[in-house]
Design a protein around this ligand. Structure first.
Ligand SMILES: CC(C)(COP(=O)(O)OP(=O)(O)OC[C@H]1O[C@@H](n2cnc3c(N)ncnc32)[C@H](O)[C@@H]1OP(=O)(O)O)[C@@H](O)C(=O)NCCC(=O)NCCS
Length: 180
């Protein structure tokens, strides 16, 4: 398990799946805001890639996020789009509603940076988020990510086009906050 100051990132367990499905992915508005595709329900027991991990998929590493203190499941985190030629990847995360606003998101970003830069030897990490997602922007910027551009009207979200902000962090700019 990778450890930050408050959260751990571990493998997906079978028991995580119904919790993530009902508390995260059944939320249409949250899914529409966080994912690059239209919401559709996940059938219980299905092998939907948002929940069931394919360990053979090299470019995509999903984690379950737990509280270090007690091990309670609080969300998901992913290093995706891993490009071993350009040595870059994207990061994504989603916390259960009850876990938001407690500093966990900032810590998850820190742990994903450790995984990307130290464990995987990448040189650039990237985040795309809606321009009104203050908590995600702040979680990224607290870890040194800088705003590199605005993708105007790039996301169709519940009936309207919204802007996305693209943030990047290079390994030489990164100041590790935790040992991971
Ligand atoms: C985005 C998300 C991962 C952030 O994690 P979090 O644990 O809620 O964020 P934190 O508690 O670490 O807060 C980070 C900063 O944002 C601020 N913040 C938190 N919630 C906020 C809100 N609703 N509005 C404005 N600022 C907020 C915090 O005060 C903190 O700022 P500080 O460091 O200056 O004190 C989490 O809220 C989440 O999962 N949201 C739903 C899914 C989502 O949007 N995922 C990202 C898709 S790209």
């Amino acid at each position: 398990m990778l450890k930050g100051s408050k959260v751990g990132l571990r493998a997906r367990h079978e028991d995580d799946i119904p919790i993530l499905r009902t508390e995260l992915y059944d939320d249409v508005v949250n899914s529409a805001r966080s994912e690059g595709r239209p919401w559709r329900p996940i059938t219980p027991g299905s092998k939907d890639s948002r929940l069931v991990v394919d360990d053979k998929e090299q470019g995509h590493v999903p984690f379950s996020v737990v509280e270090l203190d007690g091990g309670t499941l609080i969300g998901t985190a992913t290093l995706w789009g891993i490009d071993n030629h350009h040595r870059s990847a994207h990061i994504g995360l989603g916390l259960l509603p009850s876990a938001r606003g407690k500093g966990y998101g900032t810590d998850v970003v820190a742990v994903l940076c450790h995984y990307g830069f130290v464990v995987r030897g990448l040189q650039r990490l990237q985040i795309e988020t809606l321009s009104d997602n203050a908590a995600m922007l702040r979680s990224a910027e607290r870890n040194g990510f800088v705003r590199e551009g605005v993708l105007r009207s790039s996301a169709w979200v519940m009936g309207e086009f919204l802007d996305q902000v693209l943030l990047g962090l290079l390994v030489q700019e990164w100041k590790p906050a935790s040992k991971g």
